[in-house]
Design a protein around this ligand. Structure first.
Ligand code: HEC
Length: 220
């Protein structure tokens, strides 16, 4: 959750507006995942000495469909002096990439007209999951041989990461090309035979494992 404080006042005090506020970038969300719903707090602080009115909330711009307000779109909110009112903006995206929109509103602050703030979200795809994407490949293709014996055991994350192989750790988090397990599957720069011995797995399966390693080889 991100808190953005906009200090608005209708009588004489400082009223920041436009992109100068909040590091010049508006509201920035990073590392959100596709499908996540993220709630943003937008707090209006009335630092003046008369009621602050805010109305005409509107979210527009290229990716405005990814951002929405829970309510208030047609309402006017009244904020008493020395009070704070919080509005919620939600973000949810069905595709990865950088999403940009803006929120704008009007207030009774003299001379400020329509106030607009950028909204930006950097959306990532779901990381590859060990439990859902990787372990099932091992269960089907590898565990028959790499099971409970003392050598490389592919029956669980902990066993995989133990490094109990004759070649040391077989996974280097973040480096699939250097990881011995991937080299064994691709038959590149190995001793012994390419894996799976006597069987085969698809290039998509190899790339799922490689992506999971490149994403940090987490127990996820
Ligand atoms: C039919 C049995 C069999 C299957 C199935 C099999 N392996 Fe192996 N694996 C072996 C044997 C035997 C060795 C040791 C000899 C060698 O390295 O060629 C080995 C070695 C390895 C090594 C190197 C271990 C070390 O100690 O350095 C890795 C990594 C590996 N296998 C991964 C896999 C993966 C991943 C799968 C499934 C996609 C798989 N293996 C399927 C029998 C198998």
């Amino acid at each position: 959750m991100i808190l953005v404080a906009l200090a608005c006042s209708d009588m004489g005090s400082d009223v920041p507006y436009g992109p100068n506020i909040y590091n010049g970038g508006g509201i920035i969300l990073s590392g959100v995942l596709v499908g996540d719903t993220t709630k943003l707090n937008l707090s209006f602080i009335n630092s003046g000495n008369a009621n602050l009115l805010v109305w005409d909330f509107y979210i527009g711009g290229e990716d405005s469909i990814d951002f929405y307000l829970d309510s208030l779109e047609n309402d006017t909110i009244t904020i008493l002096p020395d009070s704070i009112e919080t509005l919620f903006i939600y973000h949810s995206s069905s595709s990865p990439g950088s999403k940009s929109a803006f929120i704008q509103f009007s207030s009774n602050v003299v001379d400020k007209g329509i106030i607009s703030y950028p909204l930006t979200a950097h959306v990532n795809v779901f990381p590859t999951s060990y439990a859902s994407n990787v372990q099932p490949i091992f269960d089907t293709n590898c565990s028959g041989c790499h099971g409970s014996s003392g050598e490389l055991n592919l029956s669980s994350y902990d066993n995989l990461m133990l490094g109990n192989s004759t070649n040391g750790p077989v996974i280097i988090p973040g480096n699939s090309a250097g990881s011995y397990l991937i080299r064994k599957l691709n038959g590149v720069n190995i001793t012994g035979s390419p894996m799976p011995l006597g069987g085969s797995i698809t290039s998509e399966q190899i790339s799922s494992i490689a992506t999971w390693i490149d994403e940090g080889a987490e127990n996820n």
